[in-house]
Design a protein around this ligand. Structure first.
Ligand code: HEC
Length: 160
């Protein structure tokens, strides 16, 4: 009888620990969920402005045959697009993002081959594709073009 009481007592302690732990897990999960909901999420337009800057810098890097910088700017564009897929999945336009993939591949190939002519034609293809998607998503008024002047005066685009 004593043994049974001891076993029951242990079971009692174990289940109370367990339910205490469950309550803690639930509390933490609720906190994680609320952080996720209240956390800052950039909008599609903000991601696009990031892409706009990298797109402009990419041109001056490629024109200067600074392939390391051009490669970096391409990686930044790719990373921003991944951010769009992750954070703007609720926007139906995001499904069209893959339109840009062939042009991205083409620019990447030109950079790998350090081919300035190919870079320039691929860059034009990339820029046309930005506009194609803007047309397809009722944002044709956002017109992207090859930049005339570097976006910032405090950055050097030539190789040092
Ligand atoms: C999914 C197709 C798609 C592709 C591909 C795309 N865009 Fe966009 N872009 C959009 C949409 C949709 C908006 C409007 C976003 C919003 O609602 O704020 C936009 C907005 C913009 C804006 C305006 C941002 C602002 O708030 O001023 C710029 C600049 C821009 N895109 C640049 C680019 C560039 C540069 C490329 C190519 C490298 C590109 N976009 C490729 C869909 C696309």
């Amino acid at each position: 009888m004593k043994k049974l009481a001891a076993i029951l007592a242990v079971i009692g302690i174990l289940t109370s620990c367990n339910s205490g732990q469950n309550a803690e897990v639930q509390r933490l999960q609720a906190q994680v969920d609320s952080l996720r909901d209240n956390g800052y999420r950039p909008g599609l337009g903000e991601f696009m402005m990031g892409i706009q800057v990298h797109h402009a810098k990419l041109w001056f890097a490629g024109e200067a045959q600074n392939w390391e910088l051009a490669n970096f700017e391409m990686a930044e564009i790719k990373e921003t697009m991944d951010g769009i897929k992750q954070y703007c999945a609720d926007r139906p336009e995001v499904k069209l993002l893959k339109l840009i993939d062939p042009a991205m591949d083409s620019v990447n190939a030109a950079i790998t081959q350090k081919n300035e002519q190919q870079f320039k034609s691929s860059y034009l293809l990339l820029t046309t594709t930005c506009n194609d998607c803007h047309h397809a998503t009722q944002h044709a008024f956002n017109v992207i073009k090859v930049p005339d002047t570097p976006p910032y005066s405090n950055q050097v685009f030539t190789t040092q």
